[in-house]
Design a protein around this ligand. Structure first.
Ligand code: HEC
Ligand code: HEC
Length: 327
């Protein structure tokens, strides 16, 4: 009898122990999550977004919400007079419907709100200029979470704050989030302006999806190589010369020197492509010496000096976005 009681006691002790252990682990887990949310810079809620909107995000310098604020450079985000019959949360639903009708593709109110921040130029509100600030680039530099919070605030203007959708977005919004995350990882560069810098400074030599330059390598998937690789490639091109793009120095018998990439070799001639994109054909019989220069890239190493810091950050974030064709 005593033995049986003892067994039951041990059994109960075990059950109790396991129960406690499980309970403890679960609180650890959930407590851990709460902790992460607390240490994050901002809570993704309408209140969190309100603070950003009227503070760090500087939205209030161009926008007002109903009677609150006096800025008129951008549309009012509340319900305001005849011009703004719908507050932003409801307006976004209408704008998304319009878009769906126009393109025939699924587009949600959330997609619209996030697009307004990620790519302000994609839809310019009638009567306004395309002069909305890029809010994830300097000097405003909102983080992705701060942007999500701001979206929550806008959603809550006459619409419904949908935490689940903001945190687990559909494909289009996900794409915008990706763009913002990439840009802030590259020092908050603005990829739209980065594209302009690329076209001016890099596009004569490089190609994207087969377009333009053919001196240097195609950069359509360069984003997959990461920030460090790309910034080194720009700052110190010769440090890591891309295979197949080695630099050759040809000294001709008449003393002239030609520097470039080897484009081909045909009976009796060698073809070089110079940094200006010129194809030079040299007779082998005219060549005194041909050497490969491992310390010299055809890509200039002083490009960063021609750019402002902002241009550099912008072009970096544009490069990071090149991850091959999507869809
Ligand atoms: C430099 C001025 C400026 C700043 C700063 C600015 N915006 Fe804008 N915003 C505009 C202008 C101008 C438009 C209208 C043109 C357009 O659609 O791009 C606009 C449009 C919008 C729209 C679309 C409105 C509609 O009716 O569809 C949203 C949403 C928006 N801004 C949100 C924000 C938020 C949130 C912030 C702060 C994080 C912000 N803006 C900061 C100028 C600004
Ligand atoms: C005069 C032509 C020229 C210009 C201008 C130029 N590049 Fe290059 N680039 C090259 C060549 C040639 C290579 C291959 C040799 C090497 O790795 O240094 C290269 C290599 C690269 C690579 C490494 C590619 C890989 O797959 O390994 C990156 C990234 C790059 N360039 C980015 C840029 C960016 C960004 C700009 C503009 C800011 C730029 N380049 C301007 C010619 C150029």
């Amino acid at each position: 009898m005593a033995k049986a009681v003892g067994k039951v006691f041990i059994f109960l002790l075990l059950v109790f122990g396991v129960f406690n252990w499980v309970g403890y682990s679960v609180t650890e887990l959930t407590g851990g999550e709460k902790k992460a949310a607390r240490t994050g810079a901002v809570e993704v809620t309408p209140e969190g977004g309100e603070a950003i909107y009227w503070g760090k995000g500087r939205c209030f310098t161009c926008h007002s919400v109903g009677d609150r604020g006096s800025a008129v450079r951008g549309p009012n985000h509340g319900q305001f007079g005849e011009k703004f019959p719908l507050p932003m949360g409801e307006r976004a639903v209408e704008r998304a419907k319009e878009r769906e009708k126009k393109t025939g593709k699924k587009f949600t109110a959330l997609d619209y709100l996030v697009e307004s921040l990620a790519e302000p130029g994609a839809y310019v509100v009638k009567g306004y200029k395309n002069e909305m600030a890029v809010v994830y680039a300097p000097p405003i530099s909102l983080s992705l979470d701060e942007i999500k919070a701001t979206v929550a605030y806008l959603q809550s203007q006459g619409g419904e704050f949908d935490a689940a959708a903001i945190n687990k977005p559909g494909e289009i919004t996900q794409g915008f989030y990706g763009k913002i995350a990439v840009a802030s990882a590259a020092g908050g560069g603005d990829p739209s302006h980065g594209k302009v810098v690329y076209e001016e400074t890099c596009g004569d030599c490089h190609s994207l999806e087969g377009e333009r330059g053919d001196v240097g390598p195609d950069l359509s998937t360069i984003g997959t190589k990461g920030l460090k690789f790309i910034s080194e490639a720009i700052l110190q091109p010769a440090k890591n010369i891309t295979k197949g793009f080695e630099t050759y120095v040809v000294v001709k018998k008449n003393g002239r020197k030609v520097v470039g990439l080897k484009a081909g070799e045909e009976d009796g001639t060698i073809e070089l492509v110079t940094k200006d994109g010129d194809e030079v054909s040299i007779k082998k019989s005219d060549i005194k010496e041909i050497t490969q220069d491992k310390l010299l890239s055809v890509m200039p190493d002083d490009l960063s000096e021609e750019m402002t810091v902002k241009d550099y950050q912008d072009v970096l974030s544009f490069m990071l976005m090149q991850k091959g064709k999507k869809k």
